[in-house]
Design a protein around this ligand. Structure first.
Ligand SMILES: Cc1cc2nc3c(=O)[nH]c(=O)nc-3n(C[C@H](O)[C@H](O)[C@H](O)COP(=O)(O)OP(=O)(O)OC[C@H]3O[C@@H](n4cnc5c(N)ncnc54)[C@H](O)[C@@H]3O)c2cc1C
Length: 474
């Protein structure tokens, strides 16, 4: 995984725009570059494009969309950026957050109108967890797999060439950082070179690279990684070798909602709608309704690195409509019990402590006491078992949020603020808008930045190669 000297190198195959990685970022970048009139080649290491995008819930935060307006929601890039800056306690780049927030609504509208991706506002989400208005969009089944299917259909309709089983291993560049091409490896060990005029890195973050996680996010080194294994940080490393700056490498999205041991995602609406999370002692250990991302670290810190979602039939029925929860039930992770005592036995939790914890929640609902962790119990529906439900969960690292510093057009920048001549990045490969840690991750920011920065990168790369062509013709 190196930078090869491009001097005197000639390429038999040359495509103006090469995109590495076919997740939401790469697919959107390829669509935008094609719309901009450029010929595009998309290279993906797997036999079928999946990435972390297909593992996701497919939720995309975006502001000022037509779907928001149709639902009577007034929003703007200014408001979205203000929410991001507030959640990150001012520790993200406010100017860039504004630029991406401004571009997010037009990106979702463009995906819907130009590329037939059926995204609409998910009104179940409400305004919460940092979003001051409803702005989470998804496809009908609310799964990342459906989003991926729609995006891959769209690139084939748009005439983007996709080569799968193509693991990009090296980048050819000049001394000044101008990229001339890439080398990719086939599963049989053979190599192929492709020349390009602009390169878009969409290889996601470094969650699949243990040594990078140990170096940059040591507190999650022991945690399970529940993102796409093939995301080994190669794009970030090429950028660094070409002289790019990186930022917020300590940032990540975690989650304490992975069923254990089946590792199926448990829908967090259970908790947001009033469910609670206890550790193996039967005690709550935090306000589980805020900072979902931070729950990855907090659950990992409990005994045996596990915790239990505890809820009732009303919450169970509420989430049954989600494909994800249906899967949680199918794998047998949802445990039902006729009493709290019985649930405690299943969970191997001291029954008296669990009963006391639930009694405490009732008292807090009635306003007789304040939650020592700060949760606003009167604002959520009261739990009313039996029957009671429980899911054993562990904490996990979902995706890293730090990466290459890019500008408002997703062009990669050096430490001194100058731009690398023809290198672009987005999504997990680029620095996100989450600040330096896990608490600054606003829900659905992963796909917000993936599609928005992907589109910006594709548009800018197409413009660069088109203007180069024009200049050469003059
Ligand atoms: C379980 C889970 C749930 C999530 N839910 C949400 C959600 O609902 N909303 C949200 O906003 N975010 C969510 N996220 C985060 C979101 O999935 C990511 O932020 C987003 O998918 C990143 O998109 P990407 O294109 O950068 O990366 P990916 O989708 O991972 O795509 C990267 C692609 O690059 C390929 N690749 C890597 N290296 C190379 C190489 N050297 N050569 C060729 N190909 C390469 C990989 O194989 C992969 O296909 C979730 C994440 C997880 C793990």
């Amino acid at each position: 995984m190196t930078i090869l000297n491009a001097q005197s190198k000639t390429f038999e195959i040359h495509v103006p725009v090469v995109v590495v990685g076919a997740g939401a970022t790469g697919l959107t970048a390829a669509l935008a570059a094609r719309d901009g009139g450029a010929d595009v080649l998309l290279l993906e290491r797997d036999s079928r494009p999946m990435g972390s995008t297909s593992m996701s819930q497919g939720n995309i935060a975006a502001a000022g969309t037509k779907s928001q307006r149709e639902n009577g929601v007034e929003d703007s890039g200014e408001r979205f950026a203000a929410d991001i800056v507030a959640l990150t306690r001012g520790e993200t780049d406010a100017g860039l957050a504004r630029a991406y927030a401004d571009a997010s609504g037009p990106t979702v509208d463009w995906l819907v109108e130009k590329h037939d991706i059926p995204l609409s506002l998910d009104t179940d989400w409400g305004a919460m967890l940092g979003h001051s208005v409803m702005r989470i969009h998804a496809t009908p089944t609310r799964t990342g797999l459906e989003l991926m299917t729609c995006l891959t259909n769209a690139i084939s309709a748009a005439g983007v060439d996709l080569i799968t089983d193509a693991h990009v291993v090296d980048v050819y560049a000049e001394k000044d950082g101008t990229v001339r091409g890439i080398k990719f490896e086939r599963p049989d060990g053979s190599f192929e070179d492709v020349g390009c005029d602009a390169l878009i890195l969409a290889t996601c973050g470094f969650g699949g690279n243990r040594s990078m996680v140990e170096k940059f996010i040591p507190e999650m080194a022991e945690a399970l990684y529940h993102g796409h294994e093939g995301n080994e940080g190669e794009g970030i490393q090429w950028g660094m070798k070409l002289g790019a700056a990186t930022a917020d490498m300590t940032a990540f999205q975690g989650l304490g909602a992975l069923a254990e041991p089946s590792r199926v995602l448990v829908h967090y609406a259970i908790v947001l709608q009033g469910g609670i999370i206890v550790n193996s002692k039967g005690e709550r250990f935090t306000d589980e309704s805020i900072d979902i991302s931070g729950m990855g670290r907090k659950v990992t810190a409990q005994d045996d690195h596990i915790a239990w979602f505890i809820y009732d039939k009303e919450r169970h029925d509420f989430v049954t409509k989600y494909v994800e929860y249906q899967e949680t039930m199918e794998v047998g992770a949802v445990r039902e019990a006729g009493s709290l005592k019985e649930l405690a036995e299943i969970a191997k939790i001291p029954a008296d402590v669990l009963e006391a914890t639930v009694d405490d929640c009732y008292a807090m609902h009635r306003g007789e006491k304040e939650d020592s962790h700060g949760r606003d119990f009167p604002s959520v529906p009261i739990l009313s078992g039996p029957p009671w439900y429980g899911v054993r969960v562990c904490g996990a690292l979902f995706h890293t949020q730090g990466g290459l510093v890019i500008d408002k057009n997703a062009q990669v920048c050096r430490e001194d603020g100058t731009r690398l001549p023809n290198l672009f990045a987005g999504g997990g490969t680029a620095r996100s808008t989450s600040g330096p840690s896990d608490w600054g991750y606003i829900p659905a920011a992963g796909l917000f930045t993936a599609v928005t920065q992907g589109r910006l990168a594709g548009m800018a790369a197409a413009e660069l190669v088109q203007s180069g062509k024009k200049a050469a013709a003059e």
